[in-house]
Write a protein that binds this ligand. Structure first.
Ligand code: ADP
Ligand code: MG
Length: 241
């Protein structure tokens, strides 16, 4: 089904819920992403942020609809969602530790059968993350946490995403490394890549995101313009409802 949507709306989510067994961890939510946007999803631990990302990809059983550029994203088929351009960098990064950096990057482009295009994407990742270039032959497990996160983003970029979903890329990293990674994400976004950025620590995304959804106990509790948030107290108000 093709829905009549505004051309600027690339992702349209309606009544999306998700369950683990009999437990509904995500209550029906509506959200959207516009062309070129970086949208943040904020909320405390256990709010359902990761479940929402898995639900968008079809990695958990869901109800409701997800449309990307007006086309329904099939439920329960992460491979099809990825083929449409929705690519998730999961919480915990999901890289393959015993494999080399180069092999992890190749996995991101396993659908691709075009050497020139592969080289183009690979060059782009090397330019964005020069530290990975020096470590192509090393096993991913031997990288620092920050480098592993760069590899996870790099692998996602190898599949040429049309919408990048990032689940807490800052988790467990030192402030300076977080800043470096967020800067690169900002660069990617300014170059035109739409991004959904999940973070627990709201201040990290305040300068990057144009809009933020605040999640609380499995629902979207509010939508805010992070640039309008003047203080941490004000933000706490959104968190606590
Ligand atoms: N694999 C799972 N099986 C059962 N319950 C889960 C699973 N993953 C998460 N949950 C539950 O779903 C809720 C939302 O979790 P999650 O989406 O991971 O939150 P967040 O990413 O915001 O920390 C929590 O109550 C959590 O305990
Ligand atoms: Mg999470």
């Amino acid at each position: 089904m093709t829905a009549a949507v505004e051309p600027s709306r690339i992702l349209s989510v309606e009544g999306l819920s998700a369950r683990y067994g009999h437990v509904e961890a995500l209550h029906p939510v509506d959200l959207h992403v516009e062309t070129g946007e970086l949208v943040a999803v904020l909320g405390p631990n256990g709010a359902g942020k990761s479940t929402l990302m898995r639900a968008l990809m079809g990695l958990v059983p869901t109800q409701g609809s997800v449309a990307f550029h007006g086309h329904a994203v099939p439920r329960r088929s992460p491979a099809k969602a990825a083929a449409m351009g929705l690519v998730l960098v999961p919480e915990g990064r999901g890289i393959f530790a015993p494999m080399t950096v180069a092999e992890n990057l190749e996995l991101g482009a396993y659908l691709l059968n075009d050497k020139q295009e592969f080289a183009r994407r690979h060059d782009r990742v090397m330019t964005l993350f020069p530290r990975l270039k020096e470590r192509l032959a090393q096993t991913a497990g031997s990288l620092s946490g920050g480098e592993q996160q760069m590899l996870a983003v790099g692998r996602a970029l190898m599949s040429d995403p049309k919408l990048l979903l990032l689940d807490e890329p800052s988790l467990g990293l030192a402030p300076r490394v977080i800043e470096e990674i967020l800067q690169t994400l900002g660069e990617l976004n300014r170059a035109g890549l739409p991004i959904i950025l999940v973070e627990q620590k709201a201040p990290l995304v305040l300068t990057l995101a144009r809009r933020a959804y605040i999640m609380s106990v499995g629902s979207i509790a509010a939508e805010i313009d992070p640039r309008q948030v003047k203080s941490h107290d004000e933000l706490a108000h959104f968190y606590l409802g």
